[in-house]
Ligand binder design. Sequence first.
Ligand code: GLN
Length: 426
Amino acid sequence: MEKAKATDEKIKNKTSGKLAGVVIAIKDNICYKGHQLSGSSKILEGFESLFSATVVERLLAEDAIIIGRTNCDEFAMGSSTESSAFGNTLNPHNLKCVPGGSSGGSAVAVAADLCLAALGTDTGGSIRQPASFCGVVGLKPTYARVSRYGAIAYASSFDQIGPITKNIDDAAIIMEVISGKDEYDSTVSSKPVPAYSKELNSKSQKLRIAYLKDCLESTGLDSEIKTRINEIINKLRAEGHTVEAVDFPYLDYLVPTYYLLTTAESSSNLSRYDGVHYGYRSDNSTDLESVYKKSRTEGFGTEVKRRIMLGTFVLSSGYYDAYYSKAQRVRRILQNKTNEILADYDFIILPTTPGTAFEFGQKSADPITMYLEDIYTVQANIAGLPAISLPMGKHSNGLPFGVQLISKSFSEANLLSFSKYLMDKF
Ligand code: GLN
């Protein structure tokens, strides 16, 4: 309320920023100085951020109001927000269903009008999949477009921060504010940031759009989602755009490649939570080794432990070549093949998720089933490309679902324009 009053003054004096008074929630893995941060993990219980993430600094500099942190899967590992130490976040469209994950709380906060926009992070779909399940827009920017300084690292060569919003204009203006060079994150590109919100022109230009036959024909895809994508494809053709099927016979490699590489990176990133430097320390420890063991055993949840063990295994000297370095080579092939398609086409259209939001407990007992949720979203992260989920589907079960677009590296301006056109006209 204080911030709002101060912002009112600024508005009166015409000194307010681009996001004056815009209420924004942030995922519980993005630092906000002086506020608690936990990655929804017990191991960071009571931890307070000592500095703000670059994205938070930039939002505040434009007079946004950060309203709170939102629930997520522990350390952003999951597709349902069920692995949070805080318990479940409910899907506002059906309270028996998960909101998706890992940025489930952010998507729900926007869908339920608790804020105007939220930030999430997306390592393998964590912005787009909950956006799809909750009927909102979720954008994962190009890798290196947005600074990750102050975001809790999960898998550093995949992670990106991005907006979850109700519409494209809001996503565009937030992208414009948070993107660009940052001296605290050397991986961020120094490419100039376009004024995304001003470049949202409904294109009259005819575009070339690819769809992956293998995606649309995969057996796990819900038939109503498939029908809706086909309907959009036909409408695009009727509007004079070129929409063609392309081969991408690598669908089966996406999820395994993603899980080998991200678990490897996370096992390394999560080694910093040791009961000494941060957060939770076990009361039952008796010496240095037991501080590590007991704090990590008691502090981490099951899914996080599973991934640390898998990641440590694939990086171990005997298996490194067989798993980790092989997965790196496969990643390069997947990246090249995806870029080859995008050399020929402006966008790839595909589902965001194989189905709509599922019920609590339905997939949490079987990690493989849960991992397969990510089949359509991980491609963009593996290739480092921008991708968006648009709330353009309504299932007969009453739940929303998203339609996904992937575009060329650093082509967020085109991606947002085309998204706006699709959402307005389709
Ligand atoms: N569901 C994916 C995973 O569990 C994606 C998570 C994410 O993007 N942070 O790894």
